[in-house]
Design a protein around this ligand. Structure first.
Ligand code: AMP
Ligand code: ZN
Length: 114
């Protein structure tokens, strides 16, 4: 989608530190990490948030979920645990309107989140 930062990252127009990629999904390091490991996982297809999840086909959806567990293995997050977050809407802190899952690891996390 025109003028979408994460579409531009997905098509290579804007550089990023890519850690995982296949035909449907790409994952890259967050530019402003909130934990020692902070990865963003996105579908290459533009959808604005989880509220449009119905626009992904079953392959896109399963690749997105599998990417999260593969990255957790890749970064050895299982021993200490990790967190997966998708901020939805301004009030929850969503700043980029292209669905993304934050994977955060390698530090302690409070519950409930702030
Ligand atoms: P959210 O605020 O939940 O919408 O998450 C958007 C995330 O994108 C933030 O954690 C930002 O630090 C991150 N971000 C913004 N621009 C870039 C970029 N060019 N490369 C990597 N991450 C980015
Ligand atoms: Zn987009």
């Amino acid at each position: 989608m025109e003028d979408c930062l994460f579409c531009k990252i997905a098509n290579g127009e804007i550089g990023s530190d890519i850690v995982y990629e296949n035909e449907k999904v790409i994952a890259f390091k967050d530019i402003s990490p909130k934990a020692p490991v902070h990865i963003l996982v996105i579908p290459k297809k533009h959808i604005s948030s989880i509220m449009e999840i119905g626009r992904l086909n079953s392959e896109e959806l399963s690749e997105l979920m599998k990417a999260i567990s593969n990255i957790a293995i890749q970064f050895e997050l299982l021993t200490d645990g990790f967190r997966v977050v998708t901020n939805t809407g301004e009030g929850a802190g969503q700043t980029v309107d292209h669905l993304h899952f934050h994977i955060l690891g390698k530090r302690q996390f409070g519950w409930p989140p702030g």
